[in-house]
Design a protein around this ligand. Sequence first.
Ligand code: GLU
Length: 426
Amino acid sequence: MAVETRSIEKQDIKENMNVLERTQQVIKTALQKMRSNENTYELLKEPLRLLTVRIPVKMDDGSVKVFTGYRAQHNDAVGPTKGGIRFHPDVTEEEVKALSMWMSIKCGITGLPYGGGKGGIQCDPREMSFSELERLSRGYVRAISQIVGPTKDIPAPDVFTNSQIMAWMMDEYSRLREFDSPGFITGKPMVLGGSQGRESSTALGVTIVTKEAAKLKNIPLAGAKVIIQGFGNAGSFLAKFLHDAGAKVIGISDAFGALYDPQGLDINYLLENRDSFGSVTHLFTKRLTNEELLVKDCDILIPAAIENQITEKNAGDIKAKIVVEAANGPTTLKATQILTDKGVLIVPDVLASAGGVVVSYFEWVQNNQGYYWSAEEVDEKLEIILTDAFLSVYQTSVQKEVDMRLAAYIVGLKRVVEAVEWRGWV
Ligand code: GLU
């Protein structure tokens, strides 16, 4: 069934809005649709807190480099804030703020007892040694330690951060507080209190919602032609899960280019040969650009890399019937409108990529209880939560006659809106 969309007024959408303005626009429209109290938008349009820190790090050559980092806490009315930390040269204050707001929506859609948070450091981990990264990770925790903690704000991995970085951060926090604090951070290695299934949880979540979307569009997943942009943590596990489910992965890409084969790519070979940052295409001479890959013929397109990949410029050329946003913010609002008008079913980022934070929540619960679950238990619970989340977003989009992104925000904001009202904040 096609979903009608006229919900965000065309004149309100400017293509050059930054991620924060875009997020504010969708929150504003969602709150209007929910007929919430006017003060609620004033409160939710920015994070409650944003800490900017400068982190001096001794580099291996003896010099000192000072890095800029942020931690944003969108809203803690529902519970402590939660969200990852990214290490990337393009990290900005606006981006971290918007990402913390998206985390509130993700936690709301999946019913987790958290508000959204996010952190980031402007750096390029691809150019840093292991020991420089360790000093940077520990320095960041010392700099933000006053505002984080297992019952305040719980970080996790994000772009270019991993379980090793979480381990150093957990160790630094435990030393500062002088007690073992596994619940301070999620995405840890198993031996330090990590959860079964956390590493592949974002991809498993994307797979679960992709299956639901394919059912709605009557596209059998077995044999469906899939293109995945990005081969990092989410993209690579995703290629494997979808390949194992019988889908034909015909395109993948990384920061250097894209591989495309209408007969299906050799996913196992690519997985074995990718490096820890997800680069693999440089091993091939016949490559496409990322832009060329996005508009190739396929049934399901999964942007799993970075922001602003599907814009007003290329949305009209997208051939996919379903776009599942495994990355945060890959589609602009104008592009969302163009795709929805063409009858493309969009599974928005705040829903599609929520598997990571759901299993992070399971990890935190296990840390608090000191009792650990099996991989099957984790996967089953994730499937129940995400299937329900997908259906409630889809039903909201049909009932309120809005696109899937706006529907996701309406569902995701419900708990925080109720919580700020009960607490008497608005
Ligand atoms: N960084 C991930 C996200 O954007 C995971 C956050 C978490 O596990 O807290 O959803």
